[in-house]
Design a protein around this ligand. Structure first.
Ligand code: ADP
Ligand code: MG
Length: 512
């Protein structure tokens, strides 16, 4: 009996598992070589020829345009990791891939998928408890946060010389917007601007927007500015249906033009009468209105991007207004300073000291577009990890130490697990070794020797595969300032386990 259409393809049982596992592993393998400070970059070229050069796990996976549904689950692991904690995307994908590889061995030994799922879940729970115990009980002070930022940025095109400075700026940015409730990550914006090296990156206490004054004769620097934010065109009213006027005399023509002039003048006067110094509009501004505003000494920006418009409104306390002729006093915002500066070819507007909310912007500099794009991602990750370390309070030693220690703990406690699930838990512990092993490989060490040394060193102390300068060595990550937020490790453990077990559970693939 046929229950599926002619075109439907069905793969069942072991075949389905093998093919899904192979796809998942292939994805994890693709990002393996990028892990850690000495990880390599990838160059991705899309169908339109756009080039992205990156070391960032989630970016690679997203750009790879993966179609296989099981492989797609690994992309989702990376995305979840990015959304939840902002870093550790390569770690999570590599771990998921290795969990799949181990699951394949177990399936071959006739361990039932449900038993694997059970054992993996037990191992994961032991892992979470172990990470809690490994969390350093030091105060998460600025110094520690700087190390967290620097750890997440190493190997991401920041250049060693500037890594410290950038880490300082990242921590300062998050501190500026943190209060008793924690770090408000959304209040830190990043604006990338090419034309200088990363060392010229600066922290602006306000908003930076890629926009220039509507006219050259407008002021470029206004202090104690009253700000109007608009989301409507300052232009003659457009009729919604096509209307044709038949004009039969010069008088009628002049009257029509006068009416138009009047309308524009009313707009300009409304802005002036409201006492506005700076006008930020999401839409365009008619030349005649702009000329009038320039005469009145108003600094106006048009066609400003919507996210910038919203940020400016909330920072200055302005309401986004739709009708200039109905401005209320309350609608206006204020800022200590609004100024325009030239950066290479572009004008940038700086809105600083907004009355309402403290928003800060890291004005990230990089010499070329590709360097800049990678730097922007690295700084984004660094901001995320600092915020997460501050909020979810807690950091752990990096460089593969946590993974080795968690694996040890799972091996110790696996004996308590009944039946064959114990085998799966032990396989989970073995899978975790892939992280220090990969760090060793990527830093040029012999992975087997390095792992043996690492185990030995952890018998007596705390050791990881630490990269110092160009070389990797077995050393104490804390002493070398290699520190990750505990939340990143928790999330990687959780999301990798979820993806691997979801793939292992599938025994029937039906493609219509
Ligand atoms: P992910 O996408 O998982 O964040 P990364 O390429 O950023 O991948 O690598 C993160 C790993 O690199 C973490 O385990 C971190 O502890 C480790 N790491 C960072 N800096 C160093 C260093 N100097 N020495 C060794 N390991 C490091
Ligand atoms: Mg990272």
């Amino acid at each position: 009996m046929f229950i599926l259409g002619d075109d439907a393809q069905r793969t069942r049982g072991r075949d389905a598992q093998t093919s899904n596992i192979a796809a998942g592993k292939a994805v994890a393998d693709a990002v393996r070589t990028t892990l850690g400070p000495r990880g390599m970059d990838k160059m991705l070229v899309d169908s339109t020829g756009t080039v992205v050069i990156t070391n960032d796990g989630v970016t690679i996976l997203e750009e790879m345009d993966i179609e296989h549904p099981a492989a797609q689950m690994l992309v989702e692991v990376a995305q979840t990791q990015e959304d939840e904690v902002g870093d550790g995307t390569t770690t999570a994908s590599v771990l998921a891939g290795q969990l799949l590889a181990k699951a394949e061995d177990l399936l071959r030994d006739d361990v039932h998928p449900t038993t694997i799922v059970e054992g993996y879940a037990a191992a994961r729970d032991i892992g979470h408890a172990a990470i809690d115990d490994l969390t350093l009980d030091d105060d998460v002070d600025d110094d520690l946060l700087r190390r967290v930022a620097a750890t997440s940025m190493t190997g991401k095109g920041t250049g060693d010389a500037n890594a410290e400075t950038l880490a300082d700026l990242v921590v300062e940015a998050v501190r500026q917007v943190a209060d008793d409730d924690g770090a408000n990550r959304d209040a830190v914006r990043v604006h990338a601007q090419s034309g200088a090296s990363s060392g010229a990156t600066e922290l602006v206490r306000g908003i930076v927007s890629d926009t220039d004054p509507v006219r050259g004769d407008m002021p470029r620097d206004v202090s104690d500015a009253t700000v109007l934010v608009l989301n409507t065109k300052l232009d003659t009213r457009e009729t919604s249906t096509d209307v044709e006027y038949t004009i039969t005399s010069v008088d009628q023509l002049n009257a029509a033009l006068d009416a138009e002039e009047d309308e524009l003048r009313r707009y300009a006067e409304a802005v002036r009468d409201a006492g506005v110094d700076v006008l930020v509009s999401q839409k365009s501004i008619d030349d005649r209105v702009a000329a009038f505003l320039a005469d009145e000494g108003v600094l106006a920006f048009e066609s400003v991007k919507q996210p910038d418009v919203n940020a400016i409104a909330s920072a200055t306390g302005a309401t986004v207004v739709g009708d200039v002729e109905a401005i209320e006093r309350d609608d206006l915002g204020s800022a200590e300073s609004v100024r325009v500066e030239r950066y290479g070819e572009d004008d940038l507007a700086f809105i600083e000291g907004g009355a309402e909310a403290s928003t800060v912007t890291l004005l990230v500099r990089g010499s070329t577009e590709h360097v800049l794009a990678e730097l922007e991602r690295a700084i984004g990750d660094a901001l995320d990890v600092v915020a997460v370390a501050l909020d979810d309070g807690g950091v752990v030693p990096g460089a593969g130490y946590v993974e080795i220690a968690v694996a040890d703990r799972i091996r110790d406690e696996a004996a308590r697990i009944d039946g064959r699930a114990q085998l799966a838990a032990e396989a989970f512990a073995d899978a975790l070794d892939v992280l220090p092993r990969t760090l060793a490989e990527n830093t040029g060490l012999d992975p087997i020797d390095a792992l043996v040394d690492l185990r030995a060193a952890n018998e007596t102390g705390r050791a990881g595969i630490v990269t110092v300068g160009e070389r990797g060595e077995v050393a104490n990550p804390v002493a070398h300032g290699v520190i990750d937020p505990a939340a990143v490790k928790h999330e990687a453990l959780a999301s990798a386990t979820d993806a691997a077990t979801m793939i292992v559970r599938i025994d029937d693939v039906i493609a219509a």
